[in-house]
Design a protein. Sequence first.
Length: 236
Amino acid sequence: MTALEERPTQSAAVFSPTFDAQTDPLDVIRWALQTHPDLTMPSAFNLNGVVLLDLAGRAGYTGEVVFVDTGYHFPETLTTRDNLATRYPQMTFVTLNAGATPEDGQTDASLYSTDPDACCAVRKVAPLQAYLRQRAPSALLNARSRDQASTRADIPFVEEGTRRKINPLAFWTREQLEAYAAAHALPVNPLYADGFLSVGCWPCTRAVKPGEDARAGRWAGKGKTECGLWAGDGKL
Ligand code: SF4
């Protein structure tokens, strides 16, 4: 049986591919496109996301790239999004919550400091959940990888749940991602070079210190490690 053949799991209607840690992410994406033609890709345009976008383009992905504008993104992140939209015209870049600002009344403008879970729930998770309920894709293409954080150390290529998540970069290291981005001159968020190895909203992101996980700068000191899109009760 090859890596791309499928075998039945719990039910006749559910199939899981026989990938292993050495499987090329491109093969995972090609399988995903065959299996889920309505595949959708949420992205925050971090290093992982930029690499995944490029690989997806090479594999023939022409679907949507969905970004949630919380109103608190760094200008560099919005510029990165625009650069990517120009580079990959075959994909449709969708910005949800567009026009959100800290003063728009959507939340208390400083809710991020008093209740970051509630802030993420309203500004990030809710807009994407609503969009996905409307579009109802059968699977999501996601850029998380195991070495981003100890909390992501078990991410599989194919993750079942409310929606199937396909994680082609699950086994790639940061060094592999950086090497790929450099080899293909990808427009990585310039904050990355300043130590922002994972870039979220400006009130909740700091540069990473030597030896820290790539995501250690997210919600540092707030007892929070995920925005709620990929972990927790309301995860996608
Ligand atoms: S990362 Fe911070 S500012 Fe952004 S939505 Fe979450 S709590 Fe709010």
